[in-house]
Design a protein around this ligand. Structure first.
Ligand code: AMP
Ligand code: MG
Length: 385
């Protein structure tokens, strides 16, 4: 496939945005910024347009896409039914990084978008360019992250260019994305809010918005390793020990896909993700012990002749001796690290690292989503501390 990819910069202003919207309305595929990561958009009503997303990314066809709307009021055109609790979550978090999986109104979106499920995942992004683009296109916009499958999600337009130049119609550059990890995906069932994928909205925020009567069901540690926006082809790979057997039973035709405990699951669960080219392992525990374990693992790797790097908090950056030391942010500010993580993983590949030792961050708030993505990148591997 080769398409000439157009690049619109902020200097192109409304003219650029309108050209991008026209490309979407004409069945094209266009990358655009959201508050989470860059998305790769196409008209969600068109089978052919949706197919172009899967082809450009190399995404497995049984992994459904999130549909993005300009306005929360448009949800009723896509969903057959929206419960009061779902409406309360929309009111609390839209526009914002919360995706709700809802029963789909038959025929409202292309079957390709839902991967044939009877549910559709929907959100309203909190990004001015994204919302103006979708409104101008005049259609619901299906948009997964704008990376090649198996690569980290893009947080800059240059990441999109690196992965998809020549494969898509255009990229609307809106600068760096804010949250840096994808949306939280939830399914509300019987008054419980099941988190299918942790993300930009935290479990604590969901609890506060849903009220005390609602149960927030977080993914189990085992499921969490594999749950999410799976795209890499390595189904049930050795990188996700323990996850494969439970996941294999989860088919795209199960609706809602149910895990072993009967909890709803996202079809993406059976795929591994975001793995950097080097082997990554995570150290958690007391800071001094973590530092010693990380440095020892790096030293071992270098003795084997492997370029080795470190992902760490700002406070520890000066401590390490390695081929690359990438500080993600202050230890007590997981939001900064979430924003920085994907660019750092791309940097690991750019520097040819064969081994990456990463420090764990505290799991409070968005730290849960940060650590979910870090564990995926590490294929669940832990460093002995
Ligand atoms: P991405 O767009 O790449 O960030 O990934 C979208 C995530 O939403 C994946 O984990 C999908 O499996 C999940 N998803 C999309 N549609 C549905 C659906 N109808 N039911 C359950 N999960 C969904
Ligand atoms: Mg993705």
């Amino acid at each position: 496939m080769h398409t000439k990819t157009k690049y619109w910069t902020p200097a192109d202003g409304d003219a650029g945005l309108n050209e991008a919207a026209a490309a979407l309305a004409a069945g094209g595929v266009v990358a655009f910024p959201t508050e989470t990561v860059y998305g790769l958009g196409a008209d969600a009503r068109s089978e052919a347009a949706a197919e172009r997303i899967f082809a450009a990314k190399g995404r497995p066809s049984d992994n459904p896409l999130i549909v993005h709307l300009a306005d929360a009021a448009d949800v009723d055109a896509l969903a057959a039914e929206v419960s009061p609790l779902e409406r309360a979550l929309m009111a609390a978090f839209w526009p914002g990084p919360l995706t709700l999986v809802l029963p789909v109104r038959p025929g409202a979106v292309a079957a390709r978008v839902t991967a044939g499920l009877d549910t559709v995942a929907v959100r309203v992004p909190a990004h001015d360019i994204a919302r103006r683009l979708i409104a101008a296109a005049g259609c619901p916009v299906a948009a997964p992250s704008a990376n090649r499958s198996g690569r980290p999600s893009p947080t800059l337009a240059s990441h999109v260019r690196d992965d998809l130049d020549g494969r898509i119609d255009g990229v609307l550059d809106g600068g760096p994305t804010g949250v840096g990890v994808e949306s939280t995906v939830v399914r509300v069932l019987g008054g419980d809010v099941h988190i299918l994928r942790p993300g930009g909205v935290t479990a604590e925020q969901l609890q506060a918005a849903a009220g005390e009567a609602a149960r927030i069901v977080a993914p189990s540690a085992g499921g969490e390793t594999a749950a999410g926006d799976g795209e890499a082809a390595a189904s049930g790979s050795a990188d996700a020990p323990g996850a494969a057997s439970a996941m294999d039973a989860v088919g795209a035709d199960a609706a809602p896909a149910a895990g072993a405990a009967g909890a709803p699951r996202s079809p993406g669960v059976k795929y591994a993700h975001y793995a950097p080219q080097g082997v990554m392992a995570i150290a958690s525990g007391a800071p001094a012990a973590v530092r010693a374990a990380v440095q020892a693992a790096v030293d071992d790797a270098r003795r084997r002749g492997e370029p080795a790097g470190v992902l760490c908090c700002d406070e520890h950056a000066g401590f390490y001796s390695a081929d690359a030391v990438l500080a993600l942010g202050p230890r007590a500010a997981p939001a900064a690290a979430a924003q920085a993580l994907y660019a750092a993983l791309r940097e690991c590949d750019a520097r040819g690292l064969r081994f990456i030792a990463a420090e764990a961050f505290p799991e409070e708030g968005i730290g849960a989503a940060l650590m979910n993505r870090m564990r995926k990148a590490a294929g669940g591997r832990a460093l002995p501390v």
